[in-house]
Design a protein around this ligand. Sequence first.
Ligand SMILES: C[S@@+](CC[C@H](N)C(=O)[O-])C[C@H]1O[C@@H](n2cnc3c(N)ncnc32)[C@H](O)[C@@H]1O
Length: 222
Amino acid sequence: MRLQQKAEILGAKKFLGVPSVDFETGGREQLIYLLMAGLHPRSKVVDLGCGVLRGGYWLIHFLDPGCYCGIEPHAERLQIGIKTILEPGMMDVKRPRFDTNTRFDTSVFGEKFDFFLAYSVWTHASKPQVQAMLDSFLRDSNEGGVFLASYLPASGERPDYKGEAWTGTSHESDVAGCIYHSFRWITGECEGRGLRARELGRDTTHGQSWIEIKRRGPDGGF
Ligand SMILES: C[S@@+](CC[C@H](N)C(=O)[O-])C[C@H]1O[C@@H](n2cnc3c(N)ncnc32)[C@H](O)[C@@H]1O
C-alpha cells in the first residue's frame, strides 16, 4: 500500500498530529530540504518532535543503518510510526533510535549529529523550548552541523508568541493550535550562541517557512 493511502486510513481513525492530506509529499519535501543542505547517507540526523515519522519515513529509508534518531514524547504516535508507517523489517535493517523525553534533550543518544530537523515544531513550541533546541544543537552537533527548522513568522495580525507552554496537540493536549515567532528574536537567540540563521523561504506542500542555522564562520558569515 502507498504511504499516502496508509496515512489516510490511519488519519480517518485518529488524528496523527499532522494532516493526512499531502502526508507523503510533505514528508518527502522534508528530505528534499535536508538533501539541499548537504545530507548524505552517512549523515547522522536527529528529528525533534518526529511524530508518526512523516519526514522520518524518508530519512530512515535514505540514511545508512543507525544514522536516524527521533524524539517524540507522544508514545502512541511514535508507535504508529514504527509499527504502521514504516514497512515491516525496516527497524531491523535501518536501526533507527527513538526517545520520548520532553526536554528536546538530544544527548540521550550519545551522538554528535550532522543535522537537526524540527519540522512543524517551532510552529507550536514556546520560546524557552526553542532555546532548549538551540542549546541541544550547540552541545550535540558536529562543527559543520546544520539545524533546519520550520516556523510561522510573526506579523501584525500574528503576534510574536510570549507564552511559556507548547501550543497544539501533544502528549499532554488534544487542543489544536499554532504560534508565531519573530525572525528577529530567532536571529538574536542564534547570535547569542555564536550561530547564524538564514531564511530559506516557504515549502511547497504546507507553506511553512524554513530556517537554516549553522555555527558562525570565522569571517562572521555562513
Ligand atoms: C505538528 S507535529 C510534527 C511532527 C513531525 N515533525 C512531522 O513533520 O510530521 C509536532 C510533534 O511534536 C511533538 N511534541 C510536543 N511536545 C514535544 C516535546 N516537548 N518534545 C518533542 N516533541 C514534542 C508532538 O507530540 C507532535 O507529534
